[in-house]
Design a protein around this ligand. Sequence first.
Ligand SMILES: Cc1cc2nc3c(=O)[nH]c(=O)nc-3n(C[C@H](O)[C@H](O)[C@H](O)COP(=O)(O)O)c2cc1C
Length: 209
Amino acid sequence: MKTIKALKWRYACKKFDSNKKISNKKIKRLKKAFNLTATSFGLFPLKMIVIKNQKVKNSLLEHAYYQKQVTDSSHLLVICMDTKMNDNTIDTHFDYEIEVRKTDKETLAGFRQNLKDSFAKKTDNEKEQGSINQAYIALGNLMTVCALEKIDACPMEGFNPKKFDEVLDLKSLNLQSVLLLPVGYRAKNDFMSDLKKVRKPLKKVIIEI
Ligand SMILES: Cc1cc2nc3c(=O)[nH]c(=O)nc-3n(C[C@H](O)[C@H](O)[C@H](O)COP(=O)(O)O)c2cc1C
């Protein structure tokens, strides 16, 4: 019930109290939660930018259609995807797995090659869409963790990723922004916080067989 209570407590925060800041301890927890996100084959084609700097947040406001959550939040999390997914990415991942788990190199050799073959068949668009999907998993994971940590958040795809990439110079890091998650604490007068959740009845969304 604790989980459901937290999920009912959370909402897409429209108005943050800009005076309330999230502690470093809690931000560290969010970073760890992000890193613990499950991704397809564990390749983790993602990075997260944590923006605390108010000037940087201000410069991004216009590129998020002036949604004030960007500037009023305590921290703006930008979930980004790697733009260079290639054999090297796969090798780096497998080499690291071997190091961490002390797995025999030969045991993983077939799997490693299969993965390379399957990526080689994908178009750039398919690879990009695959990475975008992983970003959404990270977003969902972070939103749940925020709810459990009593941190308010607003998932956002309402922004101009190209402009964000320019301002944050993401190209030089081989990254593209995919999603935003401003986090902080709700303002007392955010009328959205008291609204009832709009969700279909369970029997309309669950099929039991
Ligand atoms: C992927 C995604 C993108 C969203 N983009 C925005 C956004 O740009 N701006 C905004 O105010 N809310 C945004 N929302 C919030 C949704 O409108 C909100 O989650 C939905 O109406 C359900 O309400 P609740 O989260 O308060 O339960 C987004 C939500 C998701 C999951």
